[in-house]
Design a protein around this ligand. Structure first.
Ligand code: NAI
Ligand SMILES: O=C(O)[C@H](O)CS(=O)(=O)O
Length: 485
């Protein structure tokens, strides 16, 4: 029996309405990225538990999909009310395992819960169609039906929202789910499952499996009873899942990496742009797929803008997210910290300059990186090509609108982009020319539950959120009716 179990609180998996894995042979530690302290342990599940979860979801689908939208609405709203009651407790758990400041964790919990209330309602608006037939004795009926058992594989950066943004529409559509949260942040997912259980969501409708990612993923890719994979995470893993799904033509929705350009035109409101850039760059310590990654400032305003941006950064406090007034927490792990350091080294070795770097805690076990501004950046540097996923702001300049559009579009990613200008015609010219699924026009925080969230190119497939998000969990059936008329 693992020593880990003897030393730390175990958070079991949730499969078929039961908590399993307390007697597992192997466990994985969950650590606080702000202190390195172990905050709990999860059973290291694999093939066996992955299949058990599909058995449960497949059985539950037979009854859950036959409930009316109204009945599913009431159960989802029970879940919503319980999450609302416990939002402070969930937020604290999220900060402890993911590191984001408590105010951000509370914001995410409310945002995550917003998907549940939105889709509880949306499930009642899954409309079909009748289409005028060409023959008098025929009628054409179009129905929408739940796709079946959905496998959701979610990342560590939004431990609650990335689950409910998938599970809420899936359940509202009549689907059942098997969920694998990120190994770094399983506790929030398990808390959401506990509250779903308390809300009366029947056993097997939601199942949470923790453990060996690729082993669990492979079971779900191969099992024909799993009709859909929905994933948020790296483009690399997204491609792996897409290849695996091809074997039995399994549906996929992918929310993958980004490399967001943030464009400041010479006619921008520079103070507004500086505030918007802080919001877009340093949310979750820069660990969101829509965080600004590359900053393009028109030459004539570059010096003034950089000074304004620096002043905004001086206000940011870095530290343990549980403390009062913290704006930027630690990165998720040592690998993430080392990646940011490597990107800074590459830039400074090739002519880039650190013009600002804030304070960070001396806590040696915390994965802290201080908010940092680089100038003298060129498009050839790694920080402009790779997803930084950290509080690093590389600034480069441009001369013309045509030039910056070409440079901004020169990426395999196409998730989010930001542009600041006060000119109406330029707003339309630039936003229509940018090859990105999400555009913040004079707005650094475009995320909302009612919008289509997703990317062009290698940033993903499909959309999550709003009325778009439930379509991902529905099949379209056409019924041709011959009558004796
Ligand atoms: N688009 C987004 O919102 C996100 C993008 N990322 C990007 O990915 C990079 C790495 O972050 P990670 O959390 O390591 O992302 P990841 O893509 O490795 O992991 C995301 C989820 O996929 C699971 N996973 C990993 N390999 C798998 C496999 N072969 N089969 C099934 N599931 C698998 C993980 O356990 C986790 O639950 C980040 O630095 C960032 O660049 C990470 C998180 C979110
Ligand atoms: O994965 C992410 O980074 C999130 O989707 C970003 S957001 O939806 O919270 O903006």
């Amino acid at each position: 029996m693992s020593q880990i179990k003897e030393k730390y609180e175990v958070y079991p998996m949730y499969i078929d309405g039961a908590w399993v894995g307390n007697d597992h042979e192997y466990y994985t530690k969950v650590t606080n990225p702000a202190t390195g302290a172990v905050v709990g342990a999860i059973p290291t599940g694999g093939t066996y538990e992955a299949k058990l979860a599909v058995d449960a979801a497949h059985t539950a689908f037979k009854t859950w999909s036959k409930k009316t939208a109204e009945e599913r609405y009431h159960l989802l709203m029970n879940w919503y009310r319980l999450i609302d009651e416990k939002k402070d407790e969930i937020a604290k758990l999220m900060t402890i395992e993911q590191g984001k400041p408590l105010k951000e964790a509370l914001g995410e919990t409310v945002y995550a819960n917003g998907f549940i209330s939105w889709y509880a309602e949306e499930g009642k608006r899954v409309y079909g169609e009748t289409i005028p037939a060409s023959q008098p004795n025929k009628r054409i009926l179009v129905r929408k039906e739940p796709v079946g058992v959905v496998a959701a594989i979610t990342p560590w950066n939004f431990p609650a929202a990335m689950i409910t943004r998938k599970v809420a529409p899936a359940l509202a559509a009549g689907c059942t789910t098997v969920i694998k949260p990120a190994t770094q942040t399983p506790l929030t997912a398990l808390k959401l499952a506990e509250l779903a259980h308390e809300a009366g969501i029947p056993k097997g409708v939601i199942n949470v499996v923790t453990g060996k990612s690729s082993e669990i993923g492979d079971v779900w890719l191969k099992d024909p009873r799993v009709t859909k994979i929905t994933f948020t995470g790296s483009t690399e893993v997204g491609k792996t899942l897409m290849v695996g799904a091809a074997e039995n033509v399994k549906k996929v929705s992918l929310e993958l990496g980004g490399n967001a350009p943030f464009i400041v035109m010479d006619d921008a409101n520079l103070s507004k742009a500086a505030v918007g850039l802080v919001q877009s760059k340093f949310r979750n310590a820069g660990q969101t797929c829509i965080c600004t990654n590359r900053i393009y400032v028109q030459e004539s305003v570059a010096e003034e803008f950089t000074a304004l941006f620096t002043k905004e950064l001086e206000k940011l406090k870095v530290g343990n997210g549980l403390e009062e007034g913290i704006d930027v927490g630690p990165l998720i792990d040592d690998a993430a910290l080392e990646k940011v350091k490597t990107l800074v080294e590459d830039a400074t070795n090739n002519g880039g300059k650190i013009v600002y770097s804030g304070n960070k805690p001396s806590e040696e076990n915390g994965y802290y990186y201080a908010p940092t501004i680089l100038t003298g950046i060129t498009d050839e540097m790694a920080c402009m090509k790779e997803e930084i996923f950290g509080p690093l702001a590389p600034i480069t300049t441009f001369k013309t609108e045509e030039e910056v559009i070409e440079r901004a579009n020169n990426s395999n990613y196409g998730l989010a982009a930001y542009v600041y200008t006060e000119n109406l015609s330029r707003s339309f010219r630039v936003t229509e020319a940018l090859e990105y699924g999400i555009i913040g026009l004079n707005d650094g925080t475009p995320s909302a539950v009612q919008v289509p969230f997703g990317g062009y190119k290698e940033s993903g497939l499909g959309r999550e959120g709003g009325h778009f998000g439930i379509e991902e969990f529905l099949e379209v059936k056409y019924i041709s009716i011959g009558l004796d008329i």
